[in-house]
Design a protein around this ligand. Structure first.
Ligand code: NAP
Length: 463
Protein backbone atom coordinates (compact mmCIF):
# COMPACT_ATOMS: atom_id res chain seq x y z
CA UNK A 1 0.00 0.00 0.00
CA UNK A 2 1.17 3.56 -0.81
CA UNK A 3 2.82 5.23 2.15
CA UNK A 4 1.49 8.73 2.62
CA UNK A 5 3.61 11.63 3.82
CA UNK A 6 6.79 10.57 2.07
CA UNK A 7 9.06 12.47 -0.35
CA UNK A 8 7.35 10.87 -3.34
CA UNK A 9 3.78 10.75 -2.01
CA UNK A 10 2.92 13.74 0.12
CA UNK A 11 0.00 13.48 2.50
CA UNK A 12 -2.65 15.79 1.05
CA UNK A 13 -4.89 17.47 3.62
CA UNK A 14 -7.84 19.82 3.11
CA UNK A 15 -8.94 21.86 6.12
CA UNK A 16 -12.51 23.09 5.87
CA UNK A 17 -12.76 26.42 7.68
CA UNK A 18 -9.74 28.62 8.40
CA UNK A 19 -10.33 29.74 11.99
CA UNK A 20 -8.03 29.27 14.99
CA UNK A 21 -8.47 25.46 15.08
CA UNK A 22 -7.39 25.24 11.44
CA UNK A 23 -4.17 27.09 12.19
CA UNK A 24 -3.39 24.75 15.07
CA UNK A 25 -3.92 21.84 12.64
CA UNK A 26 -1.52 23.53 10.22
CA UNK A 27 1.01 23.98 13.02
CA UNK A 28 0.80 20.35 14.16
CA UNK A 29 1.06 19.01 10.60
CA UNK A 30 3.97 21.35 9.80
CA UNK A 31 5.83 19.97 12.83
CA UNK A 32 5.03 16.32 12.01
CA UNK A 33 8.23 15.77 10.04
CA UNK A 34 6.18 14.35 7.17
CA UNK A 35 5.76 15.69 3.66
CA UNK A 36 2.31 17.29 3.88
CA UNK A 37 0.45 19.52 1.42
CA UNK A 38 -2.23 21.55 3.17
CA UNK A 39 -5.05 23.61 1.66
CA UNK A 40 -7.38 25.49 4.01
CA UNK A 41 -10.72 26.51 2.49
CA UNK A 42 -12.97 29.19 3.96
CA UNK A 43 -16.31 30.45 2.76
CA UNK A 44 -15.19 34.00 3.62
CA UNK A 45 -12.47 35.85 1.73
CA UNK A 46 -10.59 36.20 5.06
CA UNK A 47 -8.86 33.70 7.35
CA UNK A 48 -8.98 33.51 11.18
CA UNK A 49 -12.71 32.78 11.72
CA UNK A 50 -13.86 33.87 15.17
CA UNK A 51 -10.57 35.64 15.88
CA UNK A 52 -11.71 38.20 13.32
CA UNK A 53 -15.49 37.81 13.48
CA UNK A 54 -16.13 36.76 17.08
CA UNK A 55 -13.55 38.12 19.53
CA UNK A 56 -14.77 41.48 20.82
CA UNK A 57 -13.25 44.44 18.96
CA UNK A 58 -12.17 46.05 22.25
CA UNK A 59 -10.17 42.96 23.20
CA UNK A 60 -7.23 43.73 20.95
CA UNK A 61 -4.70 41.88 23.08
CA UNK A 62 -6.50 38.63 22.35
CA UNK A 63 -6.29 39.38 18.64
CA UNK A 64 -2.50 39.47 18.68
CA UNK A 65 -2.46 35.66 18.30
CA UNK A 66 -3.30 36.36 14.64
CA UNK A 67 0.38 37.20 14.15
CA UNK A 68 1.31 33.68 15.29
CA UNK A 69 -1.21 32.21 12.84
CA UNK A 70 0.26 34.36 10.08
CA UNK A 71 3.72 33.02 10.88
CA UNK A 72 2.43 29.44 10.72
CA UNK A 73 1.01 30.17 7.26
CA UNK A 74 3.90 32.02 5.68
CA UNK A 75 6.59 29.72 7.08
CA UNK A 76 5.12 26.65 5.37
CA UNK A 77 5.50 26.79 1.56
CA UNK A 78 3.19 23.77 1.27
CA UNK A 79 0.26 25.61 2.85
CA UNK A 80 -2.37 27.43 0.83
CA UNK A 81 -5.34 29.46 1.99
CA UNK A 82 -8.20 29.25 -0.52
CA UNK A 83 -10.73 31.83 0.64
CA UNK A 84 -14.20 32.62 -0.72
CA UNK A 85 -15.04 28.96 -1.43
CA UNK A 86 -17.88 27.28 0.40
CA UNK A 87 -17.48 23.53 0.81
CA UNK A 88 -20.84 21.81 0.43
CA UNK A 89 -22.00 24.46 -2.05
CA UNK A 90 -19.23 25.52 -4.44
CA UNK A 91 -17.35 22.23 -4.04
CA UNK A 92 -18.82 19.07 -2.56
CA UNK A 93 -17.21 16.92 0.11
CA UNK A 94 -17.15 14.04 -2.41
CA UNK A 95 -15.14 16.21 -4.83
CA UNK A 96 -12.70 17.16 -2.11
CA UNK A 97 -12.14 13.50 -1.29
CA UNK A 98 -10.98 12.97 -4.88
CA UNK A 99 -8.11 15.36 -4.31
CA UNK A 100 -7.16 15.03 -0.65
CA UNK A 101 -6.24 12.01 1.46
CA UNK A 102 -7.63 13.59 4.61
CA UNK A 103 -10.32 16.17 5.25
CA UNK A 104 -10.21 18.06 8.56
CA UNK A 105 -13.43 19.90 9.36
CA UNK A 106 -12.70 23.09 11.28
CA UNK A 107 -15.97 24.76 10.41
CA UNK A 108 -17.03 25.77 13.92
CA UNK A 109 -20.56 26.29 15.17
CA UNK A 110 -22.18 28.63 12.70
CA UNK A 111 -25.63 29.03 14.11
CA UNK A 112 -27.28 29.71 17.48
CA UNK A 113 -29.13 27.52 19.94
CA UNK A 114 -32.84 28.36 19.97
CA UNK A 115 -34.67 29.29 23.17
CA UNK A 116 -37.93 27.77 21.94
CA UNK A 117 -40.14 30.40 23.61
CA UNK A 118 -43.04 32.40 22.15
CA UNK A 119 -42.00 35.73 20.64
CA UNK A 120 -38.40 34.61 20.07
CA UNK A 121 -38.62 35.73 16.44
CA UNK A 122 -40.41 39.06 16.99
CA UNK A 123 -38.67 41.99 15.27
CA UNK A 124 -36.24 43.41 17.81
CA UNK A 125 -35.28 39.96 19.14
CA UNK A 126 -31.91 38.94 17.70
CA UNK A 127 -29.27 36.32 18.21
CA UNK A 128 -25.94 37.34 19.68
CA UNK A 129 -24.35 35.94 16.50
CA UNK A 130 -26.05 38.62 14.44
CA UNK A 131 -25.04 41.43 16.79
CA UNK A 132 -21.46 40.20 17.17
CA UNK A 133 -21.16 39.69 13.40
CA UNK A 134 -22.55 43.18 12.82
CA UNK A 135 -20.13 45.00 15.10
CA UNK A 136 -17.22 42.88 13.91
CA UNK A 137 -17.87 43.67 10.23
CA UNK A 138 -18.75 40.09 9.21
CA UNK A 139 -20.03 40.35 5.61
CA UNK A 140 -23.13 38.23 6.41
CA UNK A 141 -24.33 40.64 9.08
CA UNK A 142 -23.15 44.01 7.85
CA UNK A 143 -26.67 45.08 6.82
CA UNK A 144 -28.50 44.08 10.01
CA UNK A 145 -30.39 46.85 11.76
CA UNK A 146 -30.67 46.96 15.56
CA UNK A 147 -33.04 49.25 17.41
CA UNK A 148 -30.81 51.23 19.73
CA UNK A 149 -33.30 54.11 19.97
CA UNK A 150 -35.10 52.72 23.02
CA UNK A 151 -34.00 52.89 26.64
CA UNK A 152 -33.74 49.20 27.56
CA UNK A 153 -31.85 46.22 26.15
CA UNK A 154 -32.07 42.69 27.54
CA UNK A 155 -29.31 40.14 26.94
CA UNK A 156 -30.29 36.54 27.68
CA UNK A 157 -27.47 34.29 28.89
CA UNK A 158 -24.44 34.90 31.09
CA UNK A 159 -21.57 33.53 29.05
CA UNK A 160 -18.62 35.44 27.63
CA UNK A 161 -20.53 36.28 24.47
CA UNK A 162 -23.42 37.76 26.46
CA UNK A 163 -21.02 39.89 28.47
CA UNK A 164 -19.20 40.98 25.29
CA UNK A 165 -22.37 42.26 23.63
CA UNK A 166 -23.50 43.95 26.85
CA UNK A 167 -20.16 45.68 27.31
CA UNK A 168 -20.07 46.88 23.70
CA UNK A 169 -23.50 48.49 24.20
CA UNK A 170 -22.41 49.97 27.54
CA UNK A 171 -19.21 51.58 26.30
CA UNK A 172 -18.93 55.18 25.16
CA UNK A 173 -17.73 56.18 21.71
CA UNK A 174 -14.42 57.22 23.25
CA UNK A 175 -14.04 53.79 24.87
CA UNK A 176 -14.66 52.09 21.52
CA UNK A 177 -12.38 54.43 19.59
CA UNK A 178 -9.28 52.31 20.14
CA UNK A 179 -11.04 49.12 19.03
CA UNK A 180 -11.44 47.74 15.52
CA UNK A 181 -15.24 47.86 15.67
CA UNK A 182 -16.76 48.17 12.19
CA UNK A 183 -17.45 51.79 11.23
CA UNK A 184 -21.21 51.23 10.68
CA UNK A 185 -21.61 49.76 14.18
CA UNK A 186 -19.48 52.46 15.79
CA UNK A 187 -21.71 55.13 14.22
CA UNK A 188 -24.93 53.40 15.31
CA UNK A 189 -23.68 52.82 18.86
CA UNK A 190 -22.56 56.45 19.15
CA UNK A 191 -26.22 57.46 18.69
CA UNK A 192 -27.55 54.72 20.99
CA UNK A 193 -30.17 55.80 23.53
CA UNK A 194 -29.90 52.60 25.62
CA UNK A 195 -29.58 53.36 29.33
CA UNK A 196 -30.56 50.12 31.05
CA UNK A 197 -28.93 46.88 30.05
CA UNK A 198 -30.04 43.60 31.64
CA UNK A 199 -27.62 40.66 31.60
CA UNK A 200 -29.86 37.80 32.65
CA UNK A 201 -28.97 34.27 33.73
CA UNK A 202 -31.32 31.40 34.52
CA UNK A 203 -29.03 30.14 37.30
CA UNK A 204 -27.12 31.94 40.05
CA UNK A 205 -23.84 33.84 40.35
CA UNK A 206 -21.91 30.64 41.18
CA UNK A 207 -22.98 29.15 37.82
CA UNK A 208 -22.38 32.24 35.66
CA UNK A 209 -20.46 31.18 32.55
CA UNK A 210 -18.47 34.39 32.02
CA UNK A 211 -14.87 34.74 33.18
CA UNK A 212 -13.38 37.02 35.83
CA UNK A 213 -11.62 39.35 33.44
CA UNK A 214 -14.84 39.94 31.53
CA UNK A 215 -17.03 40.59 34.59
CA UNK A 216 -14.37 42.86 36.11
CA UNK A 217 -14.50 45.11 33.08
CA UNK A 218 -18.12 45.91 33.89
CA UNK A 219 -16.92 47.79 36.94
CA UNK A 220 -14.40 49.82 34.96
CA UNK A 221 -16.62 51.53 32.40
CA UNK A 222 -16.64 55.31 32.22
CA UNK A 223 -20.38 55.91 31.82
CA UNK A 224 -21.92 52.61 32.90
CA UNK A 225 -22.03 50.78 36.21
CA UNK A 226 -23.00 47.28 37.29
CA UNK A 227 -26.06 46.83 39.49
CA UNK A 228 -26.48 43.56 41.40
CA UNK A 229 -28.93 42.42 44.05
CA UNK A 230 -27.00 41.60 47.26
CA UNK A 231 -29.67 39.02 48.15
CA UNK A 232 -28.43 36.93 45.20
CA UNK A 233 -25.24 36.25 47.13
CA UNK A 234 -26.90 34.56 50.10
CA UNK A 235 -25.77 31.18 48.89
CA UNK A 236 -27.35 27.85 49.71
CA UNK A 237 -25.27 25.08 51.29
CA UNK A 238 -25.14 23.34 47.92
CA UNK A 239 -23.87 26.51 46.26
CA UNK A 240 -21.22 26.87 48.96
CA UNK A 241 -20.15 23.28 48.34
CA UNK A 242 -20.12 23.91 44.58
CA UNK A 243 -17.98 26.99 45.07
CA UNK A 244 -15.41 24.91 46.96
CA UNK A 245 -15.10 22.27 44.22
CA UNK A 246 -11.46 22.03 43.23
CA UNK A 247 -12.18 22.77 39.57
CA UNK A 248 -14.39 25.76 40.30
CA UNK A 249 -11.77 28.50 40.56
CA UNK A 250 -13.58 30.49 37.84
CA UNK A 251 -16.73 30.69 40.02
CA UNK A 252 -14.71 31.68 43.10
CA UNK A 253 -13.10 34.52 41.16
CA UNK A 254 -16.42 35.64 39.65
CA UNK A 255 -18.04 35.64 43.09
CA UNK A 256 -15.25 37.84 44.42
CA UNK A 257 -15.90 40.44 41.73
CA UNK A 258 -19.71 40.25 41.97
CA UNK A 259 -19.70 40.55 45.75
CA UNK A 260 -17.49 43.59 45.41
CA UNK A 261 -20.05 45.12 43.01
CA UNK A 262 -22.74 44.48 45.65
CA UNK A 263 -20.89 46.65 48.17
CA UNK A 264 -20.98 49.73 45.90
CA UNK A 265 -23.67 52.39 46.14
CA UNK A 266 -24.82 53.30 42.60
CA UNK A 267 -22.81 56.30 41.38
CA UNK A 268 -25.59 57.57 39.13
CA UNK A 269 -23.76 56.86 35.89
CA UNK A 270 -25.62 57.36 32.63
CA UNK A 271 -26.01 53.64 31.93
CA UNK A 272 -26.77 50.76 34.26
CA UNK A 273 -25.86 47.12 33.67
CA UNK A 274 -28.28 45.04 35.76
CA UNK A 275 -26.73 41.62 36.34
CA UNK A 276 -29.79 39.54 37.11
CA UNK A 277 -29.80 35.92 38.23
CA UNK A 278 -32.38 33.13 38.71
CA UNK A 279 -34.53 34.26 35.77
CA UNK A 280 -35.50 31.96 32.91
CA UNK A 281 -37.02 33.51 29.75
CA UNK A 282 -40.64 32.46 29.20
CA UNK A 283 -42.02 34.77 26.52
CA UNK A 284 -41.18 37.84 24.49
CA UNK A 285 -44.25 39.95 23.73
CA UNK A 286 -45.13 43.06 21.77
CA UNK A 287 -47.32 44.44 19.06
CA UNK A 288 -45.35 43.57 15.93
CA UNK A 289 -42.05 44.19 17.75
CA UNK A 290 -40.33 43.50 21.05
CA UNK A 291 -41.96 45.42 23.90
CA UNK A 292 -41.58 43.19 26.92
CA UNK A 293 -39.90 40.02 28.11
CA UNK A 294 -41.34 37.77 30.76
CA UNK A 295 -39.04 35.69 32.96
CA UNK A 296 -39.95 32.97 35.43
CA UNK A 297 -37.98 33.15 38.66
CA UNK A 298 -36.01 29.97 39.29
CA UNK A 299 -34.47 27.99 42.10
CA UNK A 300 -31.67 25.50 41.75
CA UNK A 301 -31.94 21.78 42.26
CA UNK A 302 -29.32 19.06 42.06
CA UNK A 303 -25.93 18.19 43.43
CA UNK A 304 -22.99 20.63 43.67
CA UNK A 305 -21.63 21.16 40.16
CA UNK A 306 -24.77 19.81 38.51
CA UNK A 307 -27.47 22.19 39.71
CA UNK A 308 -30.23 23.01 37.25
CA UNK A 309 -32.73 25.87 37.23
CA UNK A 310 -36.38 24.98 37.78
CA UNK A 311 -39.24 27.44 37.60
CA UNK A 312 -40.90 28.67 40.80
CA UNK A 313 -44.09 29.89 39.09
CA UNK A 314 -43.33 33.50 39.98
CA UNK A 315 -42.84 35.73 36.93
CA UNK A 316 -41.24 39.10 36.40
CA UNK A 317 -41.55 41.36 33.38
CA UNK A 318 -39.04 43.74 31.89
CA UNK A 319 -40.36 46.26 29.37
CA UNK A 320 -37.66 46.53 26.72
CA UNK A 321 -36.84 47.67 23.21
CA UNK A 322 -34.36 45.05 22.07
CA UNK A 323 -33.52 41.48 23.12
CA UNK A 324 -30.25 39.74 22.31
CA UNK A 325 -30.29 35.99 22.82
CA UNK A 326 -26.86 34.72 23.78
CA UNK A 327 -27.43 31.13 24.84
CA UNK A 328 -24.68 29.33 22.94
CA UNK A 329 -23.91 28.19 19.41
CA UNK A 330 -24.59 25.10 17.29
CA UNK A 331 -22.77 23.50 14.38
CA UNK A 332 -24.55 23.04 11.07
CA UNK A 333 -24.68 20.11 8.67
CA UNK A 334 -22.56 19.73 5.54
CA UNK A 335 -23.80 17.32 2.87
CA UNK A 336 -21.77 14.13 2.84
CA UNK A 337 -20.68 14.36 6.49
CA UNK A 338 -22.37 12.58 9.43
CA UNK A 339 -24.08 15.00 11.82
CA UNK A 340 -25.21 14.55 15.42
CA UNK A 341 -28.22 16.86 15.40
CA UNK A 342 -28.79 16.81 19.16
CA UNK A 343 -25.37 18.23 19.94
CA UNK A 344 -24.84 20.09 16.65
CA UNK A 345 -21.45 18.41 16.10
CA UNK A 346 -19.84 15.92 13.70
CA UNK A 347 -19.75 12.61 15.65
CA UNK A 348 -16.16 11.55 16.24
CA UNK A 349 -13.75 9.49 18.31
CA UNK A 350 -10.63 11.47 19.22
CA UNK A 351 -11.33 13.68 16.21
CA UNK A 352 -11.90 10.85 13.69
CA UNK A 353 -15.42 11.05 12.23
CA UNK A 354 -17.68 8.05 12.50
CA UNK A 355 -20.87 6.89 10.83
CA UNK A 356 -22.72 5.07 13.57
CA UNK A 357 -19.86 3.09 15.09
CA UNK A 358 -17.93 2.81 11.80
CA UNK A 359 -14.74 4.89 11.80
CA UNK A 360 -14.31 7.11 8.74
CA UNK A 361 -10.57 6.98 8.12
CA UNK A 362 -9.53 10.15 6.29
CA UNK A 363 -12.25 12.38 7.81
CA UNK A 364 -11.61 14.41 10.98
CA UNK A 365 -12.92 17.29 13.03
CA UNK A 366 -11.41 19.95 15.27
CA UNK A 367 -12.73 22.84 17.37
CA UNK A 368 -16.40 23.51 18.01
CA UNK A 369 -17.67 21.12 15.31
CA UNK A 370 -15.72 18.37 17.12
CA UNK A 371 -16.47 19.10 20.76
CA UNK A 372 -19.29 21.67 20.82
CA UNK A 373 -19.07 25.41 21.51
CA UNK A 374 -16.92 25.50 24.61
CA UNK A 375 -13.56 26.80 25.73
CA UNK A 376 -11.49 29.85 24.86
CA UNK A 377 -9.30 30.37 21.79
CA UNK A 378 -6.33 28.58 23.36
CA UNK A 379 -8.46 25.48 24.03
CA UNK A 380 -8.29 24.80 20.31
CA UNK A 381 -4.57 24.08 20.35
CA UNK A 382 -4.68 20.81 22.33
CA UNK A 383 -7.93 19.93 20.54
CA UNK A 384 -6.36 20.27 17.07
CA UNK A 385 -3.11 18.60 18.16
CA UNK A 386 -5.08 15.58 19.40
CA UNK A 387 -6.96 15.25 16.11
CA UNK A 388 -3.74 15.51 14.09
CA UNK A 389 -2.29 12.76 16.28
CA UNK A 390 -5.28 10.55 15.41
CA UNK A 391 -4.90 11.40 11.71
CA UNK A 392 -1.22 10.49 11.69
CA UNK A 393 -1.91 7.22 13.52
CA UNK A 394 -4.46 6.40 10.78
CA UNK A 395 -2.11 6.93 7.84
CA UNK A 396 -1.93 3.23 6.94
CA UNK A 397 -5.70 2.96 6.94
CA UNK A 398 -6.42 5.97 4.72
CA UNK A 399 -7.18 5.30 1.06
CA UNK A 400 -5.02 7.73 -0.94
CA UNK A 401 -6.98 10.25 -3.05
CA UNK A 402 -6.96 9.34 -6.76
CA UNK A 403 -5.96 12.86 -7.89
CA UNK A 404 -2.67 13.93 -6.36
CA UNK A 405 -3.00 17.67 -6.96
CA UNK A 406 -5.74 20.32 -6.81
CA UNK A 407 -5.42 21.83 -10.29
CA UNK A 408 -8.69 20.32 -11.61
CA UNK A 409 -10.46 21.45 -8.46
CA UNK A 410 -9.12 25.01 -8.71
CA UNK A 411 -10.10 25.04 -12.40
CA UNK A 412 -13.60 24.01 -11.46
CA UNK A 413 -13.84 26.81 -8.87
CA UNK A 414 -12.62 29.33 -11.46
CA UNK A 415 -15.17 28.08 -14.00
CA UNK A 416 -17.87 28.98 -11.48
CA UNK A 417 -16.64 32.58 -11.66
CA UNK A 418 -15.55 32.42 -8.02
CA UNK A 419 -12.65 34.69 -7.16
CA UNK A 420 -10.51 32.87 -4.69
CA UNK A 421 -8.38 34.68 -2.11
CA UNK A 422 -4.89 33.41 -1.28
CA UNK A 423 -2.94 34.01 1.93
CA UNK A 424 -0.85 36.56 0.04
CA UNK A 425 -4.09 38.30 -0.98
CA UNK A 426 -5.15 38.29 2.67
CA UNK A 427 -1.86 39.96 3.67
CA UNK A 428 -2.72 42.72 1.20
CA UNK A 429 -6.22 43.11 2.70
CA UNK A 430 -4.63 43.16 6.16
CA UNK A 431 -2.18 45.87 5.13
CA UNK A 432 -4.93 48.05 3.70
CA UNK A 433 -7.26 47.59 6.66
CA UNK A 434 -4.50 48.58 9.08
CA UNK A 435 -3.70 51.67 6.96
CA UNK A 436 -7.40 52.62 6.89
CA UNK A 437 -7.49 52.21 10.66
CA UNK A 438 -4.40 54.35 11.20
CA UNK A 439 -6.08 57.15 9.29
CA UNK A 440 -8.88 57.26 11.89
CA UNK A 441 -6.90 56.32 15.00
CA UNK A 442 -8.04 52.67 15.12
CA UNK A 443 -5.94 49.50 14.94
CA UNK A 444 -7.88 48.47 11.83
CA UNK A 445 -10.82 49.58 9.75
CA UNK A 446 -12.33 46.46 8.22
CA UNK A 447 -13.74 46.01 4.75
CA UNK A 448 -17.18 44.64 5.46
CA UNK A 449 -18.41 43.14 2.21
CA UNK A 450 -17.03 40.20 0.24
CA UNK A 451 -16.77 42.47 -2.82
CA UNK A 452 -14.72 45.10 -0.99
CA UNK A 453 -12.46 42.45 0.54
CA UNK A 454 -11.83 40.82 -2.83
CA UNK A 455 -11.27 44.17 -4.53
CA UNK A 456 -8.76 45.12 -1.80
CA UNK A 457 -6.92 41.84 -2.23
CA UNK A 458 -6.25 42.49 -5.91
CA UNK A 459 -5.20 46.13 -5.77
CA UNK A 460 -2.34 48.32 -6.80
CA UNK A 461 -0.51 48.59 -3.52
CA UNK A 462 0.83 45.11 -4.30
CA UNK A 463 2.53 46.23 -7.54
P1 NAP B 1 -21.76 29.71 27.07
O1 NAP B 1 -20.52 30.05 27.76
O2 NAP B 1 -22.12 28.28 26.91
O3 NAP B 1 -22.96 30.48 27.82
C1 NAP B 1 -24.28 30.28 27.45
C2 NAP B 1 -25.17 30.97 28.45
O4 NAP B 1 -26.51 30.81 27.99
C3 NAP B 1 -25.14 30.35 29.86
O5 NAP B 1 -25.30 31.38 30.80
C4 NAP B 1 -26.34 29.41 29.83
O6 NAP B 1 -26.90 29.16 31.09
C5 NAP B 1 -27.31 30.26 29.03
N1 NAP B 1 -28.40 29.45 28.47
C6 NAP B 1 -28.31 28.36 27.67
N2 NAP B 1 -29.54 27.91 27.35
C7 NAP B 1 -30.41 28.76 27.96
C8 NAP B 1 -31.82 28.84 28.01
N3 NAP B 1 -32.59 27.96 27.37
N4 NAP B 1 -32.39 29.83 28.73
C9 NAP B 1 -31.62 30.72 29.39
N5 NAP B 1 -30.29 30.71 29.38
C10 NAP B 1 -29.68 29.74 28.67
O7 NAP B 1 -21.80 30.29 25.56
P2 NAP B 1 -21.25 31.61 24.88
O8 NAP B 1 -21.30 32.78 25.76
O9 NAP B 1 -21.96 31.64 23.58
O10 NAP B 1 -19.72 31.28 24.62
C11 NAP B 1 -19.31 30.19 23.79
C12 NAP B 1 -17.86 29.87 24.07
O11 NAP B 1 -17.03 30.92 23.57
C13 NAP B 1 -17.56 29.74 25.54
O12 NAP B 1 -16.68 28.68 25.73
C14 NAP B 1 -16.91 31.06 25.86
O13 NAP B 1 -16.04 31.02 26.97
C15 NAP B 1 -16.16 31.36 24.59
N6 NAP B 1 -15.90 32.80 24.47
C16 NAP B 1 -14.83 33.28 25.15
C17 NAP B 1 -14.57 34.64 25.13
C18 NAP B 1 -13.40 35.16 25.91
O14 NAP B 1 -12.54 34.39 26.29
N7 NAP B 1 -13.37 36.46 26.19
C19 NAP B 1 -15.39 35.52 24.45
C20 NAP B 1 -16.50 35.00 23.79
C21 NAP B 1 -16.74 33.63 23.81
P3 NAP B 1 -26.68 27.74 31.82
O15 NAP B 1 -25.29 27.80 32.34
O16 NAP B 1 -27.72 27.70 32.86
O17 NAP B 1 -26.85 26.69 30.75
Amino acid sequence: MTKLGTETTPLRVAIIGAGPSAFYVLDALSKSGLNVEIDAFDRLPTPFGLLRGGVAPDHQRMKSVGKAYEKMAVSNPKFRFIGNVKIGKDISVAELKNHYDALVFACGAETDRKLGIPGEDLPGSHTATEFVGWYNGHPDYRDRVFNLNGKTAVVIGQGNVAIDVTRIMAKTDAELASSDIAAHAQAALKDSQIQDLYLVGRRGPVQSAFTELEIKEMGELSEAEPIVNPADFDLSEIDEAELQLETNHKARKNMGVLREFATHEPKGKKKRVHIQFYSSPKEITGNGKVEKIIFEKTKLVGAPGAQQAVGTGETIEIPCDIVLRSVGYRGIEIEGVPFEAKKGIFPNDEGRLKEGETPLYGMYAVGWIKRGPSGVLGSNKPCSTATVKTLLEDLDKITPAPHRDSSALIEKIKNKAIQTVSFEDWLEIDKQEIARGQAVGKPREKFVTAEALIAASKTVSKE
